[in-house]
Structure formats: C-alpha cells, structure tokens
Design a protein around this ligand. Structure first.
Ligand SMILES: [Mg+2]
Length: 395
C-alpha cells in the first residue's frame, strides 16, 4: 500500500469516502518467478479509501496463483472467475482488485520475451498517447480561466462534469467555449444524471457549443433509452458506466447506444479484459478511450501499452497522472510533453519500481493516510455535490 501526494485535491463526482483526499493510494503487486523474474502490477483501492480491502482480495486468490505458469494467465484468469464466484455473480469490484495480478503476469511475459507488451501484441499503433484536462465544477468564469491555462499547456481536450442544474451546465459550457475558441474539444460527463427526456432537451441546447462527446447521459442500465437519446441528438455519445466490462461493452454495441466506449484496464481483471473490449469495439468501428480511477506509474504504463496496442485509441484519454507530485517508479514521474506521454519501450510494462520511493510512500501511507480516514463530503455544504442523479421535470 502506497500513497503519493497530489497537487490538488481530487474530488469525485461520486460522493465516496477515499476521494477528496490529497493523496493517490494504490496497492502494488509483485510476482516472483522461479527463474528470478519479478512482474509488477498496480491495483486500485476498491472500497472507500481502504487499501487493505484490495490487499485482502488479492490474498484471497494467492493460493490459486502460487506455483502457476504466468504465461498461462488467460486460463488462470478464468479459473479465478470460477473459484471466486465472479463467473456466476459478475466481475465488478473483485476483478478491479485483481487487475494488478493480470498486469504483473503480463509484465513477466514481456520480460521473458525481452519486449514491451505493445510489441508482443503486434504494434505500436502510436509512440505517444494523449490525455485530456479535467476542470472541476466551479463558477463559469473561473472554469473558463482554467480552460485557457490547460490549452496553453498543450491539452487539446477539456473535460468537466455536468448533470447539475441544467442552466449552470450550459452556462459553464458556453463560458469555456467562448474562452478557448473553436478548436479545443469539450467533453462533458453526466454520470447518468439525466432522464432520457431531460438528456434530449439539454444536449440539444448544448449542441450550439460543439461538444466532442456527452459521456453517459442516462442510466447505464437503460440501453434502449441511451440509444434513443443518441438517435435524437446531434452530438456523439460516449458510454462509460455502461461499458464497465467486456459484456457491458458488447451490450452497448448491440443496442447501438454509443458512438465510442470508455474502458478501464482494471475492469474485467485488467489489461486482458480491456484488450477484449477494445477488440470488440474495433470490430464495430468504434473508438475507445481509457478511464482513470487514479493510478501511479505502474498502472499508467499499463494504460500506455494498451493505447499503443489498439488502433482505435484515437481520442484523448482520462488520467490524473498530471496531478501527482512524484511516482514510485525509477526516475520518478513520466514526463508530459503537452498532453502526451511516451509509450514506454522497456520489457513488459516498460517501467520498474524504485525501492526507495516505494518505501518512502509506503511509510507516508502508514503515517498520513491510514491514521486519518477521509470523511464523506457533506451535500449540504458542498455545492459540487448538489446533484440530482435523476433529473426531475421542471415544476
Ligand atoms: Mg465518466
């Protein structure tokens, strides 16, 4: 368990404990082989700011992993699904925790071959990958100012949350578009906030400001209405909560409910699941982007290998990597060039843990984070959270 301080507080659109802290927490995974290779991976904190839950879930499958051949990890992944009940009950939550194992096994495969993963997967389609800027909800003029700063830094896509008061959502979009001009892309995320009728009305009004995508406008479970919204508005729709798994991604495509899919290299047990979903989307002719749950350099390297390996990662992706003050990998933070990170070309994931940094940030976690559990933000005092998940019709 490690925690790395961030430049600014990251506040989730979901009112969760563990978000709103000033540090990025992760669980690092190391797999040792009998040949002396070490595969590294990174698992997210899957339960309310408690990394020990992720550790417990990883330890729960330890006996299935020990003594196995990492080259057979696709078979092993399905065995874990069967033994843990994920095959029967679904994969969310537990599969996220196990993502670090999948990552570490792929890292071993890359090290055995002496090649970065994207080359093993038959690529690169690109040598660098680009990401988008995240603007926290605020006064429209303040958001416009921040948008201009991001564009000056070289970011081409601006992202912010909508699904609050519709007039404020539109005012924010108008202010940001007016400040940055026609070129930068504006992507907004409703996190399922709108009813289908409200989505149609609000997106139609937003169209004037040329948003690149509207992310998850309606309930992810209601693909029929998501498809109907998509059919009726002149703005492309990006699936997110609807495409949290391979099966979810397939269902979005079957229902023609989105123009692009957002994947996560931790959904469905890691890079393996994300690669399957990216392939299905490619066959359907759809672009894909990666979601972030907050990751350090190991998880970021896995994302970059994924981006290089699939030709349909043509859009800017989500990350909070620019928010970190340091990293746990050798050399520290991977450097941004504008909004781009280079695809690592070392064996496996292409990055290595720095033992001194790992030790330092493990101690930081124990000293600063484990002893001070974050509290739930108050909806009454924080306007950021004054949202309606299902928008009611106007009175
Ligand atoms: Mg989203």
């Amino acid at each position: 368990m490690v925690a790395v301080p961030q430049l600014r507080e990251y506040r989730s659109s979901w009112r969760r404990k563990g978000h709103g802290t000033s540090a990025q927490c992760s669980v690092l995974v190391e797999l040792l082989t009998d040949e002396g290779l070490i595969g590294i991976g990174e698992s997210p904190v899957v339960y309310a700011g408690h990394p020990e839950v992720t550790v417990a879930l990883l330890k729960g499958v330890e006996s299935l992993i020990l003594g196995r051949d990492p080259a057979e990890h696709d078979v092993l992944r399905h065995e874990i699904y069967a033994e843990t009940g994920m095959a029967h009950l679904g994969t969310q939550g537990l599969s996220w925790a196990l993502a670090g194992l999948d990552m570490a096994m792929w890292d071993i495969v890359g090290k055995v071959c002496g090649q970065p993963l994207h080359r093993i997967w038959g690529s690169p389609w690109r040598t660098a990958s680009t990401f988008y800027a995240d603007i926290p909800p605020a006064d429209p003029a303040q958001m416009a100012e921040e948008a201009v700063e991001w564009v000056k830094r070289g970011f081409r896509t601006l992202y912010f949350k909508v699904g609050f008061d519709p007039e404020m959502d539109i005012a924010r979009m108008a202010a940001v578009r007016s400040a940055v001009g026609a070129d930068p892309r504006i992507r907004v995320d409703a996190n399922q906030a709108w009813s289908p009728g409200a989505a149609k009305r609000i997106i139609s009004r937003m169209a004037e400001y040329q948003p690149e995508y509207i992310e998850q406008p309606v309930l992810a479970s209601n693909l029929e209405d998501m498809a109907a919204v998509r059919q009726s508005v002149p703005v492309p729709i990006l699936a997110h909560e609807a495409s949290l798994s391979v099966e979810g991604s397939l269902n979005v495509i079957k229902h023609q409910a989105a123009d692009a899919l957002q994947l996560d290299p931790r959904f469905d047990s890691g890079i393996s699941g994300a690669r399957l979903a990216a392939g299905i989307a490619e066959a359907a002719g759809l672009p894909v982007v990666t979601h972030t749950f907050g990751e350090l350099g190991v998880g970021t390297a896995a994302v970059l290998q994924l981006h290089a390996a699939h030709r349909n990662f043509i859009l800017d992706n989500q990350t909070y990597y620019w928010n970190l003050t340091d990293d746990v990998i050798r050399g520290g933070l991977l450097p941004f060039d504008g909004s781009a990170l280079q695809i690592p070309d070392g064996p496996g994931l292409g990055v290595e843990l720095d033992p001194d940094r790992v030790n330092h940030y493990a101690q930081f976690y124990e000293r600063e984070i484990a002893t001070q559990r974050p509290t739930v933000h108050s909806a009454a005092t924080e306007a950021h959270y004054e949202r309606r998940y299902i928008l009611r019709p106007r009175e």
